[in-house]
Design a protein around this ligand. Structure first.
Ligand code: PLP
Length: 410
């Protein structure tokens, strides 16, 4: 099996699994326990928090452990809006507006839509993207003229790898008086992200996308930003997420973050494997469209360079989106699975979505082509040899699938 669906989830790294094991077996006490076992659990939780904070340049007090990025996004968006609505008894707060973009992950987009449906006083503005998937800056500036209360724009898109220039977008949002949040689920595993440098007020990360365990994630919330908790109870996580913490999951997440911080810059495996894959796909399937924009205004993130600042048109190399004219992604994924390749169509983590990707259609890719689009995503465990082998198999399987459906594709 060749696993090329790392944007959906990754295998846990050995270092994280190893550190977690004692907390699942012998060291199972609650971190609130007032005895040695409990103190050790609490100390492990603190170590994990320190490692997470170090990865993104935050203070430990600014990290809230959650169960996944979906929860982090919900906690921030719902928690902030509830706080603003609560504070809004004065006329200056008659209405609240949220700005987001059309290609956000469902955990942001559906949450914003749900909030807007729930509260009459909340208005949602969805900013379009350009044909390469970057937020349309003119439309964004226009939306900011409405002086929104909150802006949520993702760092890296999970279907295309388009990297938004968060530092710039955040700066513009701040000038307009908004609080800025970014969903950094797909950027943190591959790029050095420092919250102080990019200036965001809140940032969501998922553990299982960076070789940590499933059921782990966190929200960075800058000191001074006030949200209301969604879960009330014992007041854990600074009162923002009650419930006995999953110490093992947090320990695994912390270790995965530490390993990532250690190897982030020298680790080019995933990017090189993805580059090779894209190159061989172009050879074996000349009529396929590898959705990797080229041009003088587009560049690819270079993991060899320690950079946070960017030209505005930057792409992550580890996500390779391939459109097969005339193809049907679900049928292709099935055939590729039979041939030992795991990949996905668009947002694989949106359960049961058989429809067309909202991201690709927002970029102006026609419905037919969007339906035939596959996503291959790479991790540090993929090699260039494996990528070559996978691309050759993909070429063969796609040709066969199309022939079986009477589609000529030479
Ligand atoms: N945000 C982005 C950009 C994602 O790609 C995903 C999952 O694919 C999520 C959020 C949700 O992450 P989680 O599965 O941790 O809830």
């Amino acid at each position: 099996m060749i696993y090329l669906d790392n944007a959906a989830t990754t295998r846990i790294c050995d270092e994280a699994l190893e550190e977690m094991m004692p907390f699942l077996k012998e060291e199972y006490a609650s971190p609130l326990g007032q005895y040695a076992l409990g103190f050790r659990a609490n100390s492990a939780l603190n170590t994990a928090r320190g490692r997470v904070a170090a990865l993104i340049g935050a203070d430990v007090s600014e990290i809230i452990f959650t169960s996944c990025a979906t929860e982090s996004n919900n906690l921030f968006l719902r928690g902030l809006i509830r706080n603003l609505l609560n504070a809004g008894t004065d006329p200056a707060h008659k209405s609240i507006s949220i700005v987001t973009q059309t290609t956000e992950h469902a955990s942001v987009l559906n949450t914003c839509e749900d909030i807007a449906r729930e509260y009459d006083r909340v208005r949602l503005i969805k900013v379009p993207v350009d044909r390469n998937g970057f937020v349309n800056e003119a439309a964004y500036r226009e939306a900011l003229k409405e002086r929104p209360d909150v802006v949520s724009i993702m760092h890296v898109n999970n279907e295309t790898g388009a990297v938004n220039d968060i530092k710039n977008l955040c700066g513009l949002a701040h000038e307009a008086g908004a609080i800025f949040h970014t969903d950094a689920v797909q950027s943190v595993p591959h790029m050095r992200v420092n919250v102080r440098e990019i200036g965001v007020d809140a940032l969501s990360v998922s553990g299982h996308k960076l070789h940590g365990p499933k059921g782990s994630g966190f929200l960075y919330l800058r000191k001074g930003v006030i949200i209301k908790p969604l879960l009330t109870g014992g007041g854990q996580e600074n009162g923002l997420r009650s419930g006995t913490p999953d110490v093992a999951a947090c320990v695994g997440l912390g270790k995965a973050c530490e390993v990532l911080a250690d190897r982030l810059i020298p680790d080019t495996n995933a990017a090189l494997a993805a580059d090779r894959f894209a190159q061989v796909i172009k050879e074996v399937l000349p009529h396929a469209i590898v959705n990797r924009p080229t041009g003088s205004d587009v560049s690819y993130y270079d993991p060899n360079r320690d950079l946070c600042e960017q030209s505005s048109k930057l792409y992550l190399r580890e996500i390779v989106s391939v459109s097969i004219p005339g193809g049907d992604a679900l049928s292709l994924i099935h055939d590729l699975d039979m041939a030992g390749i795991c990949c996905s169509s668009g947002a694989a983590c949106s359960a049961g979505k058989k429809g067309v990707s909202h991201v690709l259609t927002a970029m102006g890719i026609g419905e037919k082509l969007a339906k035939g689009t596959l996503r291959f995503s790479f991790s540090r465990y993929n090699t260039e040899e494996e990528a070559t082998e996978a691309a050759v198999i993909v070429g063969r399987v796609v040709q066969k699938n199309l022939e079986n459906h009477g589609i000529l594709f030479k």
